[in-house]
Design a protein around this ligand. Structure first.
Ligand code: DMJ
Length: 572
């Protein structure tokens, strides 16, 4: 029997292209079906995106409404004299402050929601182009920098969402040349502060992970760290433009974070690295306590360069004082206070007054020459002097506090003297002309409001709250967009830039909020702020680097790991 010839038209599979040559009408149907499917999927995607944006918008509205409700109920309670909440018991709270801090909280909510909407997980938000940018290697800098501000302001839903991201998406294994300084103050500091506030161990684990990646930076002949490190490979170096030198502020602003990390992990290696830096600098510390901004990482000695309390010098001096405070002002940290007091004598030697209005300012120094220039960055100094004034005996304490108040007046006028009422980046002082803006941008920096916060806490003078409120209003007027906050390219014209700096949420808004909060909220007796405004709880200093850790390891004595005062929040 012969084989029945097979019919091509029926045996061809619909997956065989030839099938469609035979049946073009089927091809049309398939193309039609495919196009419809693509349209349907993309429509679904659009709908999902719109829906997501709508949910974010509604969430923001809901949060705003909650804020208004809180605000109203506080006002009603105040007017009826019935407020029984914790904060109202403080003598230093009043209805004006309550209203102002709610406004600052609303500003934080706006900044945060904009970040969530347009730049989630990126380092920083660009509000004008409505996108994110990774200025720090893609470590979620704004998110990590904001954790403690969200927590302190009671924005708990936002904090929880941020925590989820830290737990599930924060990845440090980046082939990226990170700044050791920026990564420490923002990421290590932000995570440790979130841990101290919330007690959630995920923050401590992440802080340890990134700190471990930074540690090889200290493997230089002198122990002075190289300022850049590849986070994935651990290779460290200094940027070319410093001529191979390390920068003073970049090398001396990791002590608070790494000591805190050693205290919390009971591993002394972090503390050992950063304390060695100060010991090394102490060997050649000059009589006036003023170190130039470049330090040779091989010899550990200063290279000829500018002396300044502004960019590249600033927070080295800040940390000398704050490590002493963090260390409970004990014998083990006495040398930090001694070095700081020496540097403050040096600072006083740089102080001059303008004519005709007698504004006090801090000069920069090159060799033997003083230059009449001051960065807005140096406006952290009034706060530092006020904080440190408490450690002096009578007479000197008043003198230092009074200098702090004079400098704060100058810094406030950096803001008040421009058409936008926002400060420029730096100022020059000429006889008979008081001061002129030099570099005229404003990038939402915090230093002046930081100092106002300390001065208000330390003197109780409400004038500092008024000044802070005026600065806040200027930010609201000039820097607020529907999509976040931006800096100004020029404080004279008010032309805007396209960047919401992460420190606006970490520092500027936090210090403003605290300026209008009772002194018991993040008490200066129990917390010390790192240079990015992340509060770290002061714990009893176990001198891990020297003996105590050994004692602990031999299980003779446990390391005392409790707050100096019993705090509201425990550790996990
Ligand atoms: C912040 O990152 C820190 O305050 C640092 O110490 C100086 N620069 C910015 C804010 O201006």
């Amino acid at each position: 029997m012969g084989k029945k010839p097979s019919s091509n038209s029926t045996s061809l599979s619909i997956f065989n292209p030839k099938y469609y040559f035979k049946k073009p009408q089927q091809l049309v149907l398939v193309i039609f079906g495919f196009v419809s499917l693509v349209l349907l999927v993309s429509d679904r995607q659009n709908l999902t995106r719109d829906h997501h944006e709508e949910v974010l918008r509604l969430n923001e509205e809901l949060a705003q409404l909650k804020l208004h409700l809180e605000d109203l109920s506080v006002k009603v309670k105040w007017s009826a004299g019935l407020d029984s909440s914790n904060t109202s018991k403080d003598d230093d709270d009043d209805p004006v402050s309550v209203e102002r801090r709610e406004k600052v909280k609303e500003a934080m909510l706006h900044a945060w929601t904009s970040y969530e909407k347009y730049a989630w997980g990126h380092d920083e938000l660009q509000p004008q182009t409505k996108d994110g940018v990774n200025s720090f290697g893609g470590l979620g800098a704004t998110l990590v920098d904001s954790l403690d501000t969200l927590f302190i302001m009671g924005l708990h839903e936002q904090f929880e969402r941020a925590k989820e991201w830290v737990a599930n998406s924060l990845d440090f294994n980046k082939d990226y040349e990170a700044s050791v300084f920026e990564t420490t103050i923002r990421v290590v500091g932000g995570l440790l502060s979130a841990y101290d506030l919330s007690g959630d161990k995920v923050f401590l684990e992440k802080a340890k992970n990134i700190a471990d990646r930074l540690l090889p930076a200290w493997n230089s002949p002198s122990g002075i760290p190289y300022n850049r490190i590849n986070l994935a490979h651990g290779s460290a170096h200094n940027p070319g433009w410093t001529g191979g030198n390390s920068i003073l502020a970049d090398s001396g602003t990791e002590q608070l974070e790494f000591i805190a990390l050693s205290q919390r992990t009971k591993d002394p290696k972090y503390q050992a690295k950063v304390e060695k830096v100060v010991k090394e600098l102490q060997k050649t510390f000059p009589a006036d306590g003023l170190l130039p901004i470049y330090i040779n990482p091989h010899s550990g000695t200063a290279a000829y360069s500018t002396i300044t309390f502004g960019a590249m010098g600033d927070s080295f001096y800040e940390y000398l004082l704050k490590v002493w405070i963090q260390g409970n002002k004990t014998e083990a940290v006495k040398h930090y206070r001694e070095m700081w007091e020496t540097s403050m004598k040096g600072l006083q030697s740089l102080v001059r007054k303008t004519t005709p209005s007698s504004f006090t300012y801090i000069c920069e120094k090159n060799g033997n020459f003083l230059s009449d220039k001051m960065d807005e960055l140096a406006c952290f100094a009034p706060g530092m002097l006020a904080l440190g004034s408490k450690g002096y005996g009578p007479g000197e304490a008043e003198k230092v506090l009074s200098l702090a108040e004079e400098l704060a007046w100058t810094c406030y006028n950096f803001y008040q003297l421009t058409p936008t009422k926002l400060a420029g980046e730096n100022y020059f002082f000429h006889p008979g002309q008081d001061m002129n803006v030099g570099t005229s941008w404003n990038i939402l920096r915090p230093e002046t409001v930081e100092s106002l916060f300390y001065l208000w806490r330390i003197t109780g003078n409400k004038t500092y709250q008024e000044w802070g409120w005026n600065i806040f209003q200027a930010f609201e007027k000039n820097s607020r967009l529907e999509t976040g906050y931006v800096g100004l390219k020029d404080v004279n014209s008010g032309i805007k830039d396209n960047m919401m700096q992460s420190f606006f949420l970490a520092e500027t808004l936090k210090y403003l909020y605290l300026l209008f909060s009772p002194t018991s909220v993040i008490s200066l007796d129990e917390w010390v702020f790192n240079t990015e405004a992340h509060p770290l709880r002061i714990v009893t200093r176990s001198d891990l680097y020297q003996e105590s850790f050994q004692v602990d390891r031999q299980q003779k004595l446990p390391i005392h790991f409790r707050g100096r005062k019993e705090g509201r929040l425990g550790y996990n």
